[in-house]
Design a protein around this ligand. Structure first.
Ligand code: ZN
Length: 139
């Protein structure tokens, strides 16, 4: 369920461990762009059961992807490199890199994947942020 009010959209998926929308290959995967009304990025949430893996390797035409592991542990293969990932791991993957993920044999792997056009970020943090000293908490 999502709520859209002027200038923001709020979605509450519940606990990541409770993701239940299974794809045909047994993953729980949800793309959030439409629900959140995103215009400059896509984000997905994926939960792979213990012992499971993504069904194929893939790359992208123009988008880099930031993988953020939020639960569990497993591995990523990035071209010919295999790395261990666990809660707290963040991996930025260039568009042309072939990638796949698998959960460890003992626990599920849950991760967020944010994709945005490589080299599209023109300003950020202090260059883009604007302080609003006139605003205070309403209660
Ligand atoms: Zn991708």
């Amino acid at each position: 369920m999502s709520t859209t009010i002027k200038n923001f959209t709020h979605v509450d998926l519940g606990k990541f461990s409770g993701l239940t929308d299974k794809t045909a290959d047994g993953r729980s995967k949800k793309f959030m762009k439409a629900d959140l009304g995103l215009t400059g990025m896509e984000i997905s949430v994926t939960r792979i059961d213990a012992g499971g893996k993504t069904p194929f390797f893939h790359s992208h035409k123009q988008n880099e992807e930031l993988y953020i592991v939020v639960e569990g542990s497993g591995q990523m293969q990035l071209d010919d490199h295999v790395i261990d990932v666990k809660e707290g791991s963040m991996v930025n993957v260039a568009p042309k890199c072939s990638r796949a993920l698998r959960a460890s044999a003992k626990e599920a792997l849950t991760y967020l994947c944010v994709q945005a056009k490589e080299n599209s970020l023109e300003q950020y943090t202090k260059e883009d942020g604007v302080r609003h000293e006139e605003h205070t908490w309403k209660n």
